[in-house]
Design a protein around this ligand. Structure first.
Ligand SMILES: *Cc1c(COP(=O)(O)O)cnc(C)c1O
Ligand SMILES: [Zn+2]
Length: 403
């Protein structure tokens, strides 16, 4: 039996599990366009008890889960591989660099983790419709989990979302609304939709279980590192929910007494979508002017979870940096040719971040590069950086070269 309550990340007020659904009512409980969400809720467990009950030899992950396994859809998420990346490590001066490849989730991104838990919650609540705004991956993940669970996904995406992601959600059978506008516009519209037409809203950070879903990647990293905290985790950041989820996972472990320190969290944003980076470095929030980056999954002007994301960097003694589109595409190519992993641009931003932030790491510490999405989701972006060879007649002379 899952026991937890929600605590407002801002005012600290607690609420029973079924007392509130989205934001803290006392902190406004409303979405104000142009501002990050206020009063985002965090699930608070009895971590002392979990620390006593958790058995490394027979891990019961449901202890950390805000929804009981009996409500889980039949859609396997997570348990993605963590592999050492010695060749990439040599390029960036790190001896213990590992890649957590979350692009291998069923719909091709880490978003499966959040969608899975929110759909489980919808099953628990008996809600048939789940609604989200998305730059693409959250929507394709939601559509996929809904397909497995027999639920209806209603999706608001910017019309500019990469084709593969649109194809995914349509094929999974979602109701897709493409919005002439930015992701921020789609976000606002999806909130109006659930307010006026009903359904459960899965918007990132707005539904507190998106953070809980994403935290599972931290629990896995811990287990895969032999039940030890790594030195640092490098995270690509848009709305700041993956970052907050990774933080929440490690903080739960710390408060349960299962680790004795937090890994430093490193926030990597695109230059044109730098609101969280700027908030961290200046202490003041301002929105990113006009987000336009090849890394569509982190293209956000007003990150919904900016407050919690900033706290995650501060409280783990981490740091933050921005990378340009050309650095992202170089990072994508470097990752591919040194590890065999094809990541979408947003996920490859972390590789660019590793290079740029090299001074922030110790050579021997365990550094985890979080690859959040698969490269096949956006082939066009990668195509710009490669040259497809001219066709030749099918004879060996035309092949050229020597024996
Ligand atoms: C959503 C996403 C991100 C960013 O996550 P946020 O929670 O919005 O910060 C990074 N990479 C990929 C591939 C994503 O889909
Ligand atoms: Zn509050």
């Amino acid at each position: 039996m899952t026991r937890f309550h929600y605590r407002c990340s801002e005012c600290g007020k607690t609420y029973g599990r079924d007392e509130v659904r989205y934001l803290c009512p006392r902190c406004g409980g409303a979405y104000v366009p142009g501002e990050p969400l206020r009063g985002v809720l965090e699930a608070e467990f009895d971590l002392g008890r979990i620390g006593r009950e958790f058995d490394r030899n027979a891990p019961d992950w449901s202890l950390f889960s805000a929804v009981e396994p009996e409500h889980f859809p039949t859609y396997p998420v997570g348990n993605t591989p963590l592999a050492k990346a010695p060749r990439l490590g040599a390029e960036v001066g790190l001896r213990n660099l590992y890649v957590k490849n979350d692009g291998l989730n069923p719909s091709g991104s880490l978003k499966d983790r959040a969608s899975f838990l929110v759909v489980a919650e919808a099953i628990r609540l008996g809600e048939d419709r789940i609604v989200t705004a998305s730059t693409g991956n959250a929507a394709s993940a939601l559509a996929a989990v809904c397909a497995a669970a027999g639920k209806k996904a209603v999706i608001f995406v910017p019309a500019a979302a990469p084709k593969a992601k649109l194809v995914q959600m349509l094929l999974y059978g979602a109701e897709v609304v493409t919005v002439k506008g930015t992701y921020d516009d789609a976000f606002r519209l999806s909130l109006e939709y659930t307010r006026e037409r009903g359904g459960l809203n899965r918007n990132t950070a707005y539904h507190p279980l998106t953070i809980e879903g994403k935290k599972t990647v931290a629990l896995e990293i811990w287990a895969q590192c032999g039940f030890e905290a790594p030195g640092a985790v490098v995270v690509p950041v848009g709305d700041g929910v993956i970052l907050a989820g990774v933080y929440k996972g490690f903080r739960d472990l710390l408060l349960a007494g299962l680790i004795d320190r937090l890994p430093r969290l490193v926030c990597v944003q695109a230059e044109s979508s730098d609101a969280i980076h700027n908030y961290f470095t200046t202490g003041k929030f301002r929105k990113a002017a006009l987000p336009s980056t090849v890394a569509d999954s982190i293209s956000v002007s007003v990150p919904s979870n900016a407050h919690m994301a900033r706290r995650a960097i501060v409280e783990t003694d981490g740091f933050s940096l921005t990378v340009s589109d050309s650095e992202i595409l170089e990072g994508q190519a470097l990752l591919a040719r040194t590890t065999g992993i094809f990541a979408e641009p947003a996920a490859a931003a972390t590789v660019a971040g590793l290079r740029k932030g090299a001074d922030g790491f110790r050579q021997d510490e365990v550094v985890i590069l979080l690859v959040t999405g698969h490269g096949l989701k956006d082939v066009d972006a990668a195509l710009a950086g490669v040259k497809v060879p001219e066709p030749i007649p099918p004879n060996i002379e035309a092949v050229g070269g020597r024996r």
